[in-house]
Ligand binder design. Structure first.
Ligand code: NAP
Length: 320
């Protein structure tokens, strides 16, 4: 690797040539880094924020085999420590664009550097989807949130609304219910999409209620959120709340790779055999892909497979 004056974490590195660049900082990227380091592959991981991606924003993970329960952020820290123990190289930058002028080289631009990588693993995950209703952007950070793990303590003994019916909405509602005086879950259908076990737990929560077949029309307030206007089966209604947590799915973070590999109409990376993309030297792993199950356990498995696929390709090319 030819990193001349790179300063880790400062966003002032100068990039360079590298065999493998791993874009992302979530479980898929962290597992890819661990496996790449153990294979002895010259690599660098480009992560934007703290390690863990969306998993780090999950209050409690209870379905990672072998670990009864752990905060998402703690699991991510352990994954990063383990990768670093084996020689994982991390830089805190944001990938902004990628191109491939030569068939076997990818140019990766970040907010502060340019890298030339022989192989790239796209593991940039996904970001929360928005409702797209009036008031959502206006009150973001002033009552509207996409992260219960980060913001729940601000809503101690306050009235909170959660929008959505998937695993994230239900799990994070259970976390919020420990803080809020009252929690209202608003779901557009009459059935949760979440794991049945989680749904049952939420329905037996004492300070929670669920409004089925209901959608959000707008979010209102002054300095902060004061109420949400809802469309219910019985007509329009206004519910006074202090906070609104939006969990209506995720959008893959694939914008910087749009010109590099084939994407599906929903923005996910098109994959073959789990981790292969339309370009031989570009692999993809985790929530950014079109693979169905989106869990920490599948993300880490993808990351390991992607690093192993790079090692295979490097062996075929005589690079290792
Ligand atoms: P999701 O499973 O896609 O659920 C999104 C929810 O939001 C659905 O209930 C959906 O309604 C609703 N929704 C979508 N657009 C909406 C809109 N415009 N207005 C109102 N409601 C809307 O997303 P997620 O919960 O973030 O989970 C993403 C992935 O991560 C899933 O594969 C999930 O299993 C996984 N995950 C797993 C765990 C775990 O602990 N096992 C935790 C978090 C996430 P419909 O139901 O009507 O479609």
């Amino acid at each position: 690797m030819d990193f001349k004056t790179g300063i880790i974490g400062s966003g002032t590195s100068v990039g360079g040539d590298v065999d493998l660049l791993i874009a992302g900082g979530g479980p898929a990227a962290l597992a890819a880094a661990l496996y790449a380091a153990r294979y002895g592959i010259d690599h660098v991981v480009i992560e934007s924020y703290q390690p863990g991606g969306q998993a780090a924003l999950t209050a409690l993970i209870e379905n990672y085999p072998g670990i009864m329960e752990i905060a998402g952020g703690d699991l991510a820290e352990k994954m990063k420590e383990q990768a670093e123990k084996w020689g994982g190289v991390f830089r805190m930058e944001t990938v902004t664009s990628t191109t491939s002028r030569e068939e076997d080289l990818v140019e990766v631009k970040t907010d502060s550097a340019v890298y030339n990588a022989k192989y790239l693993i796209i593991a940039t995950g996904a970001a929360p989807a928005k409702l797209g209703v009036p008031g959502e952007d206006k009150f973001y950070g002033r009552g509207v949130s996409y992260c219960a793990t980060c913001d729940a303590p601000f809503f101690k003994n306050k009235r909170v609304m959660v929008v959505g019916g998937g695993d994230s909405a239900v799990k994070e509602s259970l976390h919020l219910a420990d803080f809020a005086s009252h929690l209202t879950v608003v779901h557009r259908r009459n059935k949760f999409r979440a794991e049945p076990y989680l749904g049952k737990k939420l329905l037996s929560c004492d300070n929670c209620d669920v409004m089925w077949n209901t959608t959000v029309k707008s979010i209102e307030g002054g300095d902060g959120v004061e109420a949400v206007v809802l469309n219910t089966p019985d007509g329009e209604t206004r519910v006074e709340v202090d906070g609104v947590f939006v969990y209506v799915g995720r959008r893959p973070s694939t914008e910087p790779f749009r010109e590099l590999v084939d994407l599906n109409p929903d923005g996910t990376v098109k994959t073959v055999n789990v981790v292969h993309t339309s370009r031989k030297n570009v692999l993809a792993a985790g929530d950014v892909t079109d693979n169905e199950l989106r869990q920490v356990v599948t993300a880490v498995a993808d990351g390991a497979r992607a690093a192993a696929a790079v090692f295979d390709l490097m062996q075929q090319e005589g690079d290792v």
